[in-house]
Every structure is written in C-alpha cells, then in structure tokens.
Design a protein around this ligand. Structure first.
Ligand SMILES: O=P(O)(O)O[C@H]1O[C@H](CO)[C@@H](O)[C@H]1O
Ligand SMILES: [Mn+2]
Ligand SMILES: [Mn+2]
Length: 430
C-alpha cells in the first residue's frame, strides 16, 4: 500500500534560516527558545493562553515521540546546539533533517505550496504601512460593494488585540475591522451575530475579488463572539481565501493521476481547493488528530493524507504564549503513538512545518526559520537527511513515493518505488 501522510505543525520552526536577517529574524528559534524557557522554569503551572488549550504543564520540554523521530537531532544540525533541557533519545527511529525556504515570503500559503513542490519565486504584494495600511480606493470599493457604513482598523495588528480594542465600536457602528500583518494578507474581523457570519464570508469574497490588482496572497475572515472587550473570542468559523498555487502541486498531480487527497483542517483552503478529493474540517488539535486517524482508516492505495495543526501558530505563536506552545507540543507528542500504530509498511510519514513563529520573539509576526523534516517508513533508514535547501524536497519525495512524475523543484530523499521491468527478449528464441 503506497500512501503518504504529511503533518504540518503550523509555525514549528527549528532555528533561524540562512536568510533570516532579511526578515529581521536572525536568531529566531521557535523550538530552541520554547525548550530554553521550559528548562528555566518559565513554563510551569497554569496557562495564560486560551481556556480551550491543553492542561497545565511543568518542567523541561518533554517530546519523547518527536525526539525518537529525530526532532532534537534535526534541531541540533540546524542550530549547532541541543535544545536546552530536553531528553535526547538513545535511539532514533526516523530519518531527520532540516529545510530552508526558497519562497520569497514566510507566510502560510508559500510554506505549504513549497512543501508540496511549488516554491513561490515571485514577490507578493504587501500592505507595508503600519497605520493607514490600505489604499483609500480599495477601502472605498469595499465599503461601496459591501454596503458598509465604513471600516475600522486599517492598520497592522494582532487579531486578538484588535478585537479587544475595536470590537465594541464595531458592534455599535456595524463597521467591520480590517487589518493586516507582515504577511501578504487582508483580514476582516466581525461579530458573528451582530454583523453576521454569512455576511462576513460574503464580504471576504468581495475583498478577494477587489484585491486582484494588488497580488495579495490571502483574505482571512475572522469571526468572533462575546458581549464586550473582556470576553470577545474568535471562533472556528475562520475562513481563508487564498489565490491558487502558481503551478500544479504534488496534491494536484496525485489527483490528476487518479489518486486521493484527504485535506484536513485548513489544508483545502490553503491550496485554494486545488488538488483535493476529500475535505475534512476539524477544530482543535485533538479533533484534527482524530480526523487524521479516521482518514488513515479510509485512505487506499496512492493516497495522501495532509493535516495542518494550526493552533501552534494561531493560539500560541502569534500570541507569544510560550507556555501554551510548549503544552500544545507535548499534547501533540502524546498522541503520535496512535498515528504510528496505524502506519503500514509502505506508508511514508512526514512531519514538518510551514515557517516559524517564535513565541519569544518581538512583535507578533511569523519568523523566517528552517523547518523540521521528520520522515518515517517507505524503507528509509534512520539517520540524518542533512540540510535541505528547500521544503520542496518533501514534495519531490512524495512524488517519488506515490509513483508520480518528478516535480520541477526539490531533491527526493527516498528512492522511487521499483518500476516493473520492461519485457526482456528471450535469448533462446530464434
Ligand atoms: O494576529 P492574527 O489575526 O492571528 O493573524 C495572524 O495570522 C495570519 C495568518 O497566519 C497572519 O498573517 C497574522 O496576521
Ligand atoms: Mn502557517
Ligand atoms: Mn500565522
């Protein structure tokens, strides 16, 4: 059975990328800084993060299962040092490496598309001004076509901070909150009940259309509920409106070749629904893992199961919540054995990330980092895969494993499955 399972731990970087300086991220290290904070007793006790997060934690960062797959070894090869306080396993069972990104941006779509074999070589459009971020004519068109009394925000912001600051004014005025970040993105936050969820989604579709001349990667709907600044909470009805990848990804190639692609969580939205045969939505890491396990029960020959674990990024990385990030990693690690137990001999499992989001870093944006490449199965020998120049090595390996024609980018770290030998002429035949 030839299947592939890709788990993207959204924002789980393992050390600054060689070009991190260009992004103001030299020295960022999502895993290393979380481990150091845990080891120094700064992540003990109750969590400051969202109430829906994992339970309180204590002590050094404990990731025994990711460690056995080679996570700490990959981090050491990336940074030159063991993560502080972690227990390095005596035996590694996986093939491990670290990969740099060649895409121009450190955003989620670029990272995912590069993982799937299609780096983004062009420059996205960005709204660089921190205040008055959006062109007046764009906002005027959004107000006109959305039949709005106006908009609030119009700045760079953290999504949770801006709803606390402007949410009450939004509810009183009916003006949605429009904001951006260092990513190529326009986000619209609105109250699910007072503004309406369907209306927010329709407004985001309008924004998507109006943004065509601006080369912006994503529009994101950010609905929230609650009565006042003290209790506004974002809901699971977030929706991402991404442009399509610039070339067919390995997901698309597998679909075109008759295979199946199970897109779990945000995956379908991130690939603009290109190259997806089954879409499974779930909210929260436990539900995402449950959906992944269920997909594995269903997935047949030549299928790809791909899951994005978004909470690392959205609930902890952007929120600069080190304790929450550590607890979420430990909770994820604790569920890995269930997944490993379901793997068949010919399955290829890859655990990776799409960028960093160091919760100890300044600001609230992503960080330009190398990502882990932890691979298991498909005849891979345990040990180092070394430094990979591009996330596209994953896409190339998936193509090889799934019997697809090679992708334009990336170097496979696995051998292609043996091809049937062409018939040989019979030497004894006349
Ligand atoms: O602060 P919030 O709303 O979570 O937004 C963050 O999430 C977006 C997508 O990852 C990023 O562009 C960043 O702005
Ligand atoms: Mn991401
Ligand atoms: Mn993010």
């Amino acid at each position: 059975m030839t299947r592939a399972i890709v788990l993207v731990l959204d924002s789980f970087g393992i050390g600054a990328a060689p070009d991190a300086e260009r992004f103001g991220d030299a020295g960022a290290d999502t895993l290393g800084h979380i481990a150091a904070a845990c080891s120094r007793g700064r992540c003990d006790g109750s969590l400051q993060g969202p109430k829906t997060g994992p339970a309180a934690r204590q002590g050094p960062l404990a990731l025994p299962n990711l460690g056995r797959l080679g996570l700490f070894h990959a981090h050491r090869e990336s940074t030159g040092a063991w993560a502080e306080g972690v227990e390095v396993p005596t035996e590694v069972i996986g093939a491990y490496g670290h990969a740099g990104e060649i895409s121009s941006g450190k955003d989620t779509p670029s990272g995912h598309w590069e993982i799937a074999g299609v780096p983004v070589r062009f420059d996205w459009g960005y709204f660089l001004d921190r205040e008055e971020s959006f062109p007046p004519e764009l906002l005027a068109a959004l107000i006109r076509e959305g039949e709005l009394p106006g908009v609030l925000g119009n700045c760079h912001a953290s999504g949770t901070e801006i709803i606390a600051r402007l949410g009450e004014e939004h509810m009183a005025s009916g003006k949605p909150i429009v904001y951006t970040s260092a990513d190529s993105v326009l986000q619209i936050a609105a109250h699910e009940e007072s503004f309406g969820l369907a209306r927010l989604h329709a407004l985001c579709e309008t924004a998507r259309r109006l943004l065509e001349p601006y080369n912006i990667g994503r529009v994101i709907a950010r609905p929230f509920v609650g009565q006042s600044a003290a209790d506004f909470t974002r809901t699971a009805n977030r929706r991402d409106y991404s442009v399509e990848p610039p070339a067919p990804t390995v997901l698309q190639k597998l679909c075109d070749d008759g295979g199946e692609v199970f897109a779990i969580g945000k995956i379908a939205d991130i690939y603009a629904h290109c190259g997806v045969t089954h879409t499974l939505k779930a909210s929260g890491h436990d539900a995402l893992m449950d959906a992944t396990l269920a997909a594995l029960d269903e997935a047949g020959e030549r299928s790809l199961v791909m899951t994005n674990f978004v909470d690392f990024d959205t609930l902890y990385g952007h929120r600069r919540d080190v304790t929450g990030y550590a607890a979420a990693l430990e909770a994820f690690d604790a569920r890995l054995p269930e997944l490993l137990a379901k793997l068949r001999d010919d399955d290829l499992l890859v655990i990776t990330a799409d960028h960093g989001c160091d919760p100890t870093w300044h600001g609230t944006d992503h960080t330009r980092e190398r990502v882990p490449v932890l691979a298991l199965g498909a005849g891979l020998a345990p040990g180092s895969l070394g430094a990979r120049d591009t996330f596209a090595d994953i896409g190339q390996s998936l193509a090889a494993h799934l019997g697809l024609a090679p992708m334009a980018d990336g170097t496979s770290f696995i051998a292609s499955p043996p091809q049937p030998k062409p018939p040989q002429p019979d030497p004894l035949a006349a």
